[in-house]
Design a protein around this ligand. Structure first.
Ligand SMILES: [Zn+2]
Length: 301
């Protein structure tokens, strides 16, 4: 069985070249959800990670909107970034209104070039939300152009095309997500949960789908809701991803059959893997993030 296909992210400084990674999410919470743990691992290993929200999130709440909400959401992802170790930028484009225009293609191209990116991560283009779809299209459209010198000549073109990655999702049509890279994030899972808990407007107050019952009554109530979320949905969401790609985990870990331990606390969203090939993984709780890889050259044939 080929094992080289599966990569663990989080190499030490001494063992790997330092990389520059840029992630594009449509809203100020998307990158944190789909790459927050991986960003923390990369950051710890000395790599440089930047999260870009392509819209400012200014309609992403049931009670607030406009400039004040955009400012609030910027502050939320800045707080999350301090925990995860990434840089953050929020583009001043209205939430719900980003389009795959030439102007926006230039913006994305410039950002990838300015960051001198080795890796670019974004949504897949088959997604329920138009902002996610068009952000994905914009990143795809930039994926080749970042190397073309006379496209946006005001920003020097990259001499080497980055690796472009899709974040995992559950969409089935036209093609279901298939991972090429699996990333265990157990070591930083608590930090990821802490970071997501900073994004109160979305994960506590419900974003645009919330209501009065989602508003914390006071500081103590807010803390209680955050604690509940960390042990509930945040944990379960990543555990579901790990369980969905358990076969790839076993392939990464080795050829010995790995079986979830019956003693695993599955209700809490974790399982214990027993692996004969890789003792450092034995009987440790692990959670995984997965990505569908595409190389821009392959993508454009
Ligand atoms: Zn979003």
């Amino acid at each position: 069985m080929k094992r080289s296909r599966w990569l663990v992210v989080g190499w030490s400084r001494q063992r790997a070249l330092l990389m520059r990674i840029i992630c594009f999410g449509a809203h100020p919470d998307d990158c944190e959800i789909f790459a927050g743990g991986t960003a923390a691992l990369w950051s710890d290993a000395g790599h440089q990670v930047k999260f870009v929200s392509t819209t400012n999130g200014d309609i992403g709440h049931w009670q607030q909107a406009g400039g004040p909400l955009a400012q609030r959401r910027l502050a939320e992802v800045q707080a999350a970034a301090r925990i995860l170790g990434n840089e953050v930028q929020v583009l001043d484009i209205h939430d719900g209104e980003i389009l795959p225009t030439l102007e926006n293609r230039r913006t994305i191209t410039r950002l990838i070039r300015q960051w001198q990116a080795d890796i670019v991560i974004s949504h897949r283009p088959n997604d329920y939300h138009p902002d996610h779809r068009y952000t994905a299209i914009l990143v795809q459209d930039a994926a080749y152009m970042v190397t073309v010198p006379f496209f946006c000549p005001d920003t020097p073109a990259l001499s080497k095309n980055p690796v472009f990655l899709y974040a995992s999702d559950n969409f089935q049509k036209p093609t279901p997500f298939q991972p090429d890279v699996v990333v265990p994030i157990d070591r930083v899972m608590d930090r990821k949960r802490d970071a997501l808990a900073e994004i109160v407007s979305q994960f506590i107050e419900g974003g645009c789908g919330g209501g009065p019952d989602d508003l914390p009554r006071d500081g103590a109530d807010l803390q209680a809701r955050q604690a509940q979320l960390k042990q509930g949905w945040f944990r379960q969401r990543n555990a579901n991803i790990a369980n969905r790609f358990r076969d790839q985990l076993i392939e990464l870990c080795g050829e010995e059959p790995g079986q979830p331990s019956k003693s695993a606390n599955t209700a809490a969203g974790r399982q214990t893997m027993n692996c004969g090939r890789c003792s450092r993984w034995k009987k440790r709780n692990r959670t995984y993030r997965t990505y569908r890889t595409y190389n821009a050259v392959w993508f454009f044939g």
